[in-house]
Design a protein around this ligand. Structure first.
Ligand code: FAD
Ligand code: NAP
Length: 312
């Protein structure tokens, strides 16, 4: 299978959906590909409180609304796991498991994925008590004592979500101060179900035939080895970019984030990048959609430039 379009958007998170909306509204033919469900990381978020116009909205609900907007001017949404991108003159060839797309411009909107701790027990008990998604798996642990590892926005926000289901939520953090936004810290410290273990280096996820039973950690102040009991362990220790499919383009920084200019264009003409996957300071829905608008307009200008030079 091979399909020709003006623009391929890779990733249907908030960034990709906004880019598809802008590009298709400029009368370009657009295909938006995703190997998961449209909505991206919003599907893993319970309540969003910092998206203008919606004082409080469930992540998947916001995803549905964005999808309706993104496809209203003819942008197509197709399942596709993108495995590689090549350039061929002015064309970009996007390879997927099911065939190729030939486009004049490509927008990389593949976002990020959770980092793993890489400790014993993490892989062994994945899906049997180890989780990276409170919204997906929290309900399996009603009334239980749970553990959250990490101290950023994800750990605290999702930990707070889990308190609605669990008996207790113990946050294990490697320092004595959280990284999460002050408003989340305030809520966490005021929540009777939230407990904290500070200066702790998690060394092993413990378990047995019935799944996770707890976590072994080292107290970094005293050097003591300790165990905390818990049925479910939710790991939120940061994110990394999903860029394997286009590492060959030479557009990544040392950590793997995509480098773009103010128009969201990479150094490869016609290849744009937006949202969490790009090098940036603040990874949020609002910043992803801002990037998406710029890239949606950017591809229009780029393709117009190709047409103008063909006429000369
Ligand atoms: P994503 O939403 O990550 O979407 C990327 C899409 O690309 C995914 O659907 C993925 O399947 C697809 N993809 C990846 N690789 C490929 C490939 N090779 N082929 C095809 N498809 C591919 N932000 C806020 O503003 N407010 C919040 O309350 C908030 N809460 C959060 C809670 C959690 C737990 C997390 C993890 C993040 C939260 N964020 C929040 C951050 C926000 O979700 C992200 O900044 C935002 O989703 C980034 O959008 P994106 O479009 O760049 O990427
Ligand atoms: P993050 O901000 O990078 O935080 C990761 C946390 O994990 C940090 O507290 C870090 O500790 C800890 N950590 C990292 N490696 C570790 C290791 N090997 N062992 C133990 N702990 C480790 O990641 P995040 O919380 O997933 O957030 C990702 C992005 O999404 C951020 O930009 C965030 O703002 C955004 N987000 C926003 C919202 C919201 O706006 N409501 C919600 C969730 C996420 P240190 O603090 O010591 O570095």
């Amino acid at each position: 299978m091979s399909k020709e379009v003006d623009v391929v958007v890779i990733g249907a998170g908030p960034g990709g959906m906004t880019a598809a909306l802008y590009a298709s509204r400029s009368n370009l033919s657009v295909v938006m590909l995703d190997r998961g469900i449209y909505g991206g990381q919003m599907n893993n978020t319970a309540t969003i409180e910092n998206y203008p116009g919606f004082p409080s909205v469930m992540g998947p609900d916001l995803g549905e609304k964005m999808f309706a907007g993104a496809t209203q001017f003819g942008a197509e949404y197709e399942y596709g796991n993108v495995t590689g991108i090549e350039t061929d003159g002015d064309n970009k060839i996007v390879h997927t498991d099911d065939g190729d797309y030939i486009a004049k411009a490509v927008i990389l909107a593949t976002g990020s994925e959770y980092k793993k701790l890489g400790i014993p027990g993490e892989q062994e008990y994945a899906g049997r008590g180890v989780s990276y998604c409170a919204v997906c798996d929290g309900a399996f642990f009603k009334g239980q004592d749970l553990i959250v590892i990490g101290g950023g926005d994800s750990a605290i926000e999702e930990g707070l979500y889990l308190t609605q289901l669990a008996n207790s939520v113990t946050v294990i953090h490697r320092r004595d101060q959280l990284r999460a936004q002050p408003i989340m810290q305030k809520r966490a410290f005021a929540n009777d179900k939230m407990k904290f273990i500070w200066n702790a280096q998690v060394e092993e996820i413990l378990g047995g035939d019935d799944g996770v039973t707890g976590v072994r950690y080292k107290d970094k102040v005293t050097g003591e080895e300790k165990v905390v009991d818990g049925k479910g362990t939710f790991i939120y220790v940061g994110i990394k970019p999903m860029t394997d499919a286009f590492a060959n383009l030479g557009v990544l920084d040392e950590q793997g984030w995509v480098i773009v200019d103010d128009h969201m264009q990479t150094k490869v003409p016609g290849v744009f990048a937006i949202g969490d996957v790009r090098q940036k300071e603040l990874r949020q829905i609002t910043t992803a959609i801002g990037d998406g608008g710029l890239a949606g307009q950017g591809v229009f200008n780029y393709i117009q430039g190709l047409k103008d030079s063909a006429l000369k």
